[in-house]
Write a new protein. Structure first.
Length: 109
């Protein structure tokens, strides 16, 4: 969603008590969604209830950070794939995005 659409249409509807349900893949640290979900209320509590699902275990994340060119093959969290995701489609997506490792990792890892 374009940021301007959210600011002019989405945010004002929240004032009336409408819920905001968003499903997205987090991208770069300064993207619109990341900035929005990091917002805090005046009392310091998070503005949004965020459910963050990662399919790469913490050990493999640390290894990936150390070895920048390491191919991501972690399957340790595969049991955490949400029930609404199809594991077979994850494999298809891996083939479709095989030339785009960063995008693939954001989508299925």
């Amino acid at each position: 969603m374009d940021r301007k659409i959210f600011v002019t249409v989405g945010a004002p509807t929240l004032v009336n008590g409408a819920p905001l349900i968003g499903i997205t893949t987090k991208g770069l640290s300064n993207n619109f969604v990341n900035l929005l979900i990091e917002k805090k209320k005046r009392d310091g509590t998070p503005l949004f209830n965020v459910i963050d699902i990662s399919l790469v275990c913490s050990r493999c994340k640390r290894a990936r950070e150390k070895e920048k060119d390491k191919k991501d093959t972690c399957l340790h969290m595969e049991g955490e794939i949400p029930y609404w995701h199809d594991k077979k489609r994850h494999r298809d997506l891996e083939v479709m995005l095989s030339d785009y490792a960063d995008e693939l990792n954001r989508e299925v890892k």
